[in-house]
Design a protein around this ligand. Structure first.
Ligand code: HEM
Ligand code: HEM
Length: 299
């Protein structure tokens, strides 16, 4: 089978993982986390009756199992067909990550939703999703065509800004999860949102300004810009939906809709900052003289 099929399969895995994130977020937003008390079986069965919260909780587990199986196939496929050693390793890292994520999910059930485990499960999910997106990028034809090197004359360097953006988005996801699982208030998450927005805007604008026609940097920077901006708006919508529905006994559909969308947006923000960082590292070099200056300062 051609490399194209391997790429298509990686895209499928990434898309299914985003769906899994949506399914997981639906468990939390519908307060269905404890509707199945046991794990790895559900009410002692592989397939319990899918009524009430069980629909969300067991549904999430089934999608999780499918993603796990597809990750095994991907790791083996990469091992057999990819000539790049680091790529074969990445396949096994993805498999280890999905197993760890599944175990964290199981522990949230067995230990009755302990906050640190729920927060870790929520945050690590977005890292795993970003890893599947990165694998889809690395198996694409565009990636295999090689880099289109350009020189970065700005300061701070785009590499530094891209790294800061990805770290800030990850921190923001953890703060969002800490709020959603009642370990922290909302304020740290809202304040940090402006920081994340500022860093991502600067990184994307600097890139677009310096390399407006670059085939890989331009789409990566535009995606980052659009997704982070949309995510801030979704955050406001999630907040408004939450506060206007606090009186309801059942989780209202409008709150579930916006909070789930905001969690999915968090995954897309993490993935877009990861892809942006990867593309910067691949295509952008510092001008030779400034690298030499940095080396002479260090030595
Ligand atoms: C294998 C990959 C998995 C991924 C990517 C994933 C992802 C997610 C995500 C994104 C959430 C939402 C967190 C939030 O909204 O704060 C979630 C919630 C949840 N997941 Fe998973 N999950 C996976 C596997 C599992 C497994 C195997 C279980 C087994 C029981 C599980 C149990 C749960 C539970 C109980 C919740 C709700 C927890 C809470 O509200 O604290 N997950 N998952
Ligand atoms: C770049 C900006 C942002 C990112 C990446 C982000 C990401 C996230 C993520 C991933 C979660 C859920 C974590 C989990 O899975 O448990 C979350 C929760 C939340 N975020 Fe944000 N967020 C951002 C900006 C904002 C802003 C500006 C607000 C405005 C108030 C906001 C309000 C909320 C609220 C209310 C929740 C909890 C939802 C609920 O009630 O269940 N977010 N955020």
């Amino acid at each position: 089978m051609s490399d194209n099929w391997l790429h298509r399969f990686s895209v499928l895995l990434a898309a299914l993982t985003l769906f899994l994130v949506v399914a997981g977020a639906s468990v939390t937003s519908n307060e269905a986390g404890l509707s199945v008390p046991d794990w790895p079986l559900s009410y002692g069965k592989v397939m319990p009756e899918m009524k009430g919260g069980v629909f969300y909780e067991h549904g999430h587990r089934m999608i999780g199992a499918t993603v796990g199986l597809l990750t095994i196939v991907l790791a083996v496929w990469l091992q057999l067909r990819d000539e790049r050693r680091w790529m074969r390793r990445l396949g096994w890292i993805a498999l280890a990550a999905v197993i760890l994520q599944g175990v964290l999910g199981g522990l949230t059930v067995l230990w009755l939703l302990p906050k640190p485990v729920s927060i870790a499960h929520a945050s690590f999910a977005q890292l795993f999703f970003s890893l599947t997106v990165a694998i889809a990028l690395f198996t694409s034809r565009a990636w295999r065509q090689g880099p289109e090197i350009v020189e970065d004359h700005g300061s701070p360097s785009l590499r530094t800004m891209a790294l800061l953006t990805a770290v800030a988005v990850l921190g923001q996801i953890a703060l969002g999860a800490a709020y959603r699982h009642r370990a922290l208030g909302l304020m740290p998450h809202v304040i940090a949102a402006f920081l994340v927005l500022a860093i991502a805007l600067l990184a994307a604008m600097f890139t677009l300004q310096q390399f407006p026609r670059h085939r890989h940097l331009r789409p990566a920077a535009t995606a980052l810009l659009v997704i982070v901006l949309a995510q801030v708006l979704l955050g406001i919508a999630a907040y408004v939906a939450r506060i206007y529905t606090t009186e309801s006994l059942e989780p209202p559909a409008v709150m579930v809709f916006f909070t789930v969308l905001h969690v999915a947006g968090g995954g897309l923000a993490m993935a877009s900052s990861t892809v942006f960082g990867i593309q910067i590292v691949r295509h952008v070099r510092r001008p030779l003289e400034s690298v030499q200056r940095e080396v002479s300062v260090v030595s």
